[in-house]
Design a protein around this ligand. Structure first.
Ligand code: PEP
Length: 251
């Protein structure tokens, strides 16, 4: 059975001290109750080891927001999947639209990043999603299908089964404009069918597909009630422990 997951994406926010405090607050809030979902925080590289030291990894998963597309060596400023894993992190967000848009990440690059993440026992949270123009011109299903096919469909079924997918309509990220629960469900059901057609019904049924895009405590219950929405990737609302926990409690 697939898992429900709520994952925070802190992006380029918080100093080290602020990040450790936020992680401690989320960790504290998780004490004494068992959520109906896995909870993960993806934090800046600089925070990984320090955050790992203050959280209970049995209750709160830790991830990076990216990793390099090379194993090691002369790539100044890059951080490898092995380095991420060495901090104690076990997840990595890959293919976020901000990485695609601002850092030129293509499906070819992402293919390599996913492979390196898996080699280092990191669980990729792989993001896909259309821009506003593609939503409005009606090509959004095909666009997302192609993103999945191009980056992921050379994988074996066994490797594909290790992924978490996150559908993030770019027009909803950080805009306060959320996809409706029906829009999210349409896309999530479609993604599951695309996976089923390639890898079979069992792999598709077992793949967690998260929704991301201005998800908040107020709209999470409606989104998470949809049968194909298995949780959320949360940006802005993950920067406040109370609002993040409000979303965790939506399950
Ligand atoms: C994100 O960037 O992954 C995201 C979902 O951001 P926000 O929740 O702020 O829209």
């Amino acid at each position: 059975m697939r898992k429900n997951i709520v994952a925070g994406n802190w992006k380029m926010n918080t100093t080290l001290a602020e990040g450790v405090k936020l992680a401690k607050d989320v960790n504290e809030a998780l004490k004494g109750f068992t959520p109906n979902c896995d909870v993960v925080i993806a934090v800046p590289f600089t925070h990984l080891a320090s955050v790992n030291a203050v959280i209970d990894s049995s209750k709160l998963g830790l991830g990076a927001e990216n990793c390099a597309d090379h194993v090691k060596g002369a790539y100044t400023g890059e951080v490898s999947a092995a380095m991420v894993a060495s901090t104690g992190a076990t997840y990595v967000i890959l293919g976020h639209s901000e990485r695609r848009q601002y850092y030129g990440e293509t499906s070819e690059i992402l293919k390599t990043k996913v492979a390196l993440a898996l080699e280092n026992n990191l669980t990729p949270i792989f993001c896909i999603g259309e821009v506003l123009e593609e939503r409005e011109n009606g090509s959004y299903l095909e666009v997302v299908k192609k993103q999945i096919e191009d980056a992921l469909f050379e994988m074996s079924a066994a490797d594909f089964s290790k992924l978490i997918l996150a559908y993030e309509p770019v027009w909803a990220i950080g805009t306060g404009k959320t996809a409706t629960d029906d829009q999210a469900e349409e896309m999530h059901a479609f993604i599951r069918k695309v996976i089923a057609d390639k890898y079979g019904a069992e792999v598709a049924e077992n793949t967690s597909i998260l929704y991301g895009g201005s998800c908040k405590p107020s709209n999470a219950p409606q989104l998470f009630a949809k049968p194909n929405v298995d949780g959320g990737l949360i940006g802005g609302a993950s920067l406040d422990a109370e609002s993040f926990m409000g979303i965790v409690k939506a399950f």
